[in-house]
Design a protein around this ligand. Structure first.
Ligand code: GLU
Length: 325
């Protein structure tokens, strides 16, 4: 009898204890992973900045964010669409192509892709070794050039830049498909003569490429007007030389560029997308301090370069904040 009473008391205590579990503990946590790029790019720290701000408010949002280093934009679109990643950072031109079924997605429009906001501008950056005899774009002919790995955003940008300037990437150069994080080391080791990287500035990869013993320069890309006319998702841009004092150039270098954008898919819960959007927009000054490439961000320009429909969770915030009518 005493034993049964003991067990009953214990069970009662158990029920009592569980009825007092604080709300924050019992609330369901949503885990999200953000696809970025190579660790020496800007997507990786950008994803880290978004995660840090969201995770700091886990008691309010119940979201736990992590970042993944990936092959880049094209990989991120595909992984988000396949449900392997919840969010991704993607070049604005790639967002346009994916949603409209162009380039890698020819005949396969990604209609469930959703835009959340735009981030920093990215410049198509062509870095060449001075001792390879590359001074102008035309000098690339016959050289070993990294145009970017399949899965990256930059690969198509390199091909467009070469093609508009009459260089056939399959015949006129020795094209390599290395990941951006590997290219600076390969350039310094003399294994390639030049590489393209579509990236925000400053970036760790470009610092690494310019800081070695092999002297390097940025090469201007000609025919930008023609290129931007043909592909409306490109805009004139330049490589800001102030971040790379060891490069041989003395002035900013003209090129073209796109924007980094934050994307998800249509079935992502509205409250998750709303929380992330609100957190970043309401604390934009704090967010901008997390990477120097974010210096130019404004609430207005973070709504530019979005070609997929804006996710309803983000749209709810933009309407509330009066940023979109
Ligand atoms: N723009 C590059 C890509 O889409 C990534 C740049 C970065 O990682 O900052 O692949």
């Amino acid at each position: 009898m005493r034993r049964i009473a003991g067990i009953l008391t214990f069970l009662a205590a158990l029920v009592f204890a569980f009825s007092f579990v604080p709300q924050g503990v019992s609330a369901k946590i949503t885990f999200i992973t953000i696809g970025t790029g190579g660790v020496t790019g800007v997507y990786y720290p950008a994803g880290g900045a978004i995660s840090r701000m969201i995770n700091a408010k886990k008691d309010i949002y119940h979201i736990r964010a992590t970042v993944e280093s990936t092959a880049g934009s094209v990989f991120n679109v595909n992984a988000v669409m396949a449900g392997d990643l919840e969010f991704g950072i993607v070049q604005s031109d790639r967002q346009y192509q994916a949603y409209n079924g162009l380039a890698e997605w020819k005949g396969k429009p990604q209609k469930n892709l959703r835009a959340v906001f735009a981030l920093h501008p990215e410049a198509v950056t062509l870095v060449a070794a001075a001792d390879a005899g590359i001074k102008t774009f035309a000098d690339l002919k016959g050289k070993r050039v990294n145009i970017g790995n399949p899965g990256s955003g930059q690969r198509q940008n390199s091909i467009d830049a070469l093609t508009i300037n009459g260089i056939d990437w399959k015949k006129d150069i020795v094209a390599e498909g290395l990941k951006a994080a590997e290219a600076p080391g390969m350039l310094q080791d003399g294994r390639i003569d030049a590489f393209f990287y579509t990236v925000g500035h400053p970036s760790g990869a470009i610092k690494e490429a310019t800081a070695g013993s092999r002297k390097v320069l940025f090469v201007a890309i000609p025919n930008i007007d023609k290129l931007c006319q043909k592909f409306p998702y490109y805009a004139p841009a330049y490589v800001p030389i102030k971040f790379y004092p060891q490069a041989l150039n003395k002035e900013d270098v003209p090129t073209f560029g796109v924007k980094a954008t934050f994307v998800t898919r249509a079935d992502m819960p509205d409250e998750v997308v709303y929380a992330i959007t609100k957190e970043i927009f309401e604390n934009l000054d704090q967010f901008k301090k997390l990477h120097p490439a974010f210096e130019v961000l404004t609430k207005q320009n973070m709504l530019e370069g979005l070609s997929a429909p804006i996710h309803p969770g983000a749209l709810k915030y933009y309407k509330e904040a009066g940023l979109i009518k």
